[in-house]
Design a protein around this ligand. Structure first.
Ligand SMILES: *[C@@H]1O[C@H](CO)[C@@H](O)[C@H](O)[C@H]1NC(C)=O
Ligand SMILES: *[C@@H]1O[C@H](CO)[C@@H](O)[C@H](O)[C@H]1NC(C)=O
Length: 480
């Protein structure tokens, strides 16, 4: 027996097999005109509202947006038995795939313009891709489509609590970025809440959470009603930002350079413009179980004691995936990055085979004129890069830079492929002014399934005068 219960218009389908929560449609918002999705958990099918963000409005401004792109997505929550997503596409296809490939989910054609994906676990963020639109070096995927399968919410605040800003399902326009007053401890965006605007903290410790959407689509690139990001948590500390989807930002998606902040289960979509950076977080920051589509740096590694795990990244045409640069000094230790799926690196899309890319385009990247370094103890483990990645490591200190970058470990990387290219290589360089690179370990760093055991095998150009102890090793870990 099945019971369909709707509380505040979130419909929970309770059955013997688990529970599936269909999120409501924000009243008045247009659904995707590319994809439709129906969900079932062993029973009746329910339509799941599919959002869309388009690049075309951004092409009118000077922000480098490529025309005729769209990104559609749907979100829901479930626990228990697997959920089947039936996807209706705009064009018929023969084959389709699900990324990250590490999920091991399959896309199956079940009819004309219809596919099915069985989602076995929650807290998954995936891209479903169709063979009429797989993308290449001559253009990225035109109409992108994502599915976000959440875990059920564990805490929903009381609407009448004075310390809570509560947004139920519906559309809200802030005409800019709302500054949160000191007495606000919690901001809640229910499933189906859709905000044109953003938030910034003014101090204290704030939790912004829920399953709603925050959009920057009605604001021009770098609109001066915003400071930096759709959500800015630079003031205060110990903030939490959880469960929300951010779309089409005017600049960064999230910046919280204050300390002890947590970003969890956040989705960032519609990175059309330059400066659409993903997450910049301060010391003792945590980022986990999140999805980032960035068109500038996806993750800024700027501070001590960062813990980043289970993040799925779609890197668009611009920016580094893990970026340490831009500022004049970089002083940082104890950074841990683990279990990362980079499903696209689109730097060469639109540029053809012999593509030239900027100095800020690589998976691990140091860009800009940083003059002083004191960086040590970073570990990047279990990083999987799908497709052809134009450049993995580009860490060249700016001429005249001083200081050291040492004890960096890259363990268990798998790069599907990196093209052999005349002018694009992995590069590591210090400076004759006193910039040293030392003791970088690449352990089980695989390209095309083959473990790299020498710089040459991995197409690395290493400045041997100012970089020492760059080692490549393969096989079992040596303990002790
Ligand atoms: C567009 O932006 C670029 C880079 O910021 C700048 O060089 C150029 O002058 C701008 N063009 C216009 C028309 O504003
Ligand atoms: C790297 O992979 C091996 C084999 O799967 C595993 O034993 C090891 O723990 C991994 N390393 C890290 C840092 O997760």
């Amino acid at each position: 027996m099945m019971l369909l219960a709707c509380v505040w218009t979130v419909c929970v389908v309770h059955g013997v097999v688990g529970n599936l929560q269909i999120y409501p449609q924000p009243h008045g918002l247009h659904a995707s005109d590319k994809f439709e999705v129906y969900l079932s958990q062993g029973g009746q099918k329910h339509k799941s509202f599919t959002y869309i963000t388009k690049s075309d409005p951004r092409t009118k401004e000077n922000s480098s947006a490529k025309p005729h792109r769209s990104m559609s997505w749907t979100s829901f929550a479930f626990s228990g038995a697997a959920v089947t997503a039936e996807i209706h596409t705009p064009t018929d296809f023969h084959n389709c795939i699900v990324r990250p490939k590490s999920y091991n989910y399959h896309c199956k054609k079940t009819g004309s313009k219809t596919a099915e994906v069985v989602i076995k676990q929650n807290t998954k963020m995936m891209s479903v891709e169709f063979d009429y639109d797989y993308g290449s070096n001559h253009g990225d995927i035109t109409d992108k489509f994502l599915i976000f399968a959440d875990a059920p919410e564990t805490h929903v605040p009381d609407k009448n609590d004075n310390s809570v800003l509560y947004y139920g399902p519906g559309m809200y326009n802030f005409h800019g970025q709302k500054e949160l007053n000191h007495n606000i401890k919690e901001v809640y965006l229910a499933p189906g809440a859709y905000i044109d605007g953003g938030f910034r903290t003014s101090g204290g410790s704030v939790k912004i959470h829920g399953r709603g959407v925050i959009s920057g689509s009605t604001y021009t690139h770098k609109d001066n009603r915003f400071q930096w990001a759709l959500v800015l948590m630079d003031k205060g500390s110990h903030h939490t930002f959880e469960g929300i989807t951010l779309t089409d930002p005017e600049q960064f998606f999230f910046r919280g350079l204050s300390d002890h902040n947590t970003v969890r289960n956040v989705k960032m979509v519609g990175a059309w413009t330059y400066n659409a950076d993903g997450i910049a977080i301060g010391h003792d920051g945590v980022v986990e179980d999140s999805f980032i589509n960035a068109n500038d740096d996806a993750l800024k590694l700027y501070s001590d004691n960062l813990n980043i795990q289970r993040v799925v990244i779609w890197q668009s045409q611009n920016g580094g995936v893990f970026q340490t640069g831009w500022w004049t000094g970089r002083d940082m230790q104890k950074v841990r990055v683990n279990d990362i799926d980079i499903i696209h690196t689109d730097w060469c899309a639109f540029k053809g085979d012999n593509c030239h890319i900027g100095g800020n385009d690589a998976v691990f990247d140091q860009a800009g004129d940083t003059e002083h370094f004191d960086v040590h103890d970073m570990v990047f483990s279990n990083v999987r890069i799908e497709g052809s990645c134009p450049r993995v490591i580009y860490f060249k200190m700016h001429t005249g830079a001083k200081g050291s970058v040492s004890s960096i470990r890259f363990e268990n990387w798998s790069i599907e492929s990196q093209p052999i290219h005349d002018n694009l290589h992995n590069e590591i360089a210090g400076t004759s002014a006193g910039g040293h690179i030392a003791n970088w370990d690449f352990h089980n760093f695989k390209v095309g399934g083959r473990c790299i055991s020498s710089p040459r095998a991995g197409d690395f150009v290493i400045d041997s005068q100012h970089a020492s102890g760059i080692k490549f090793s393969c096989g079992e870990n040596i303990v002790g």
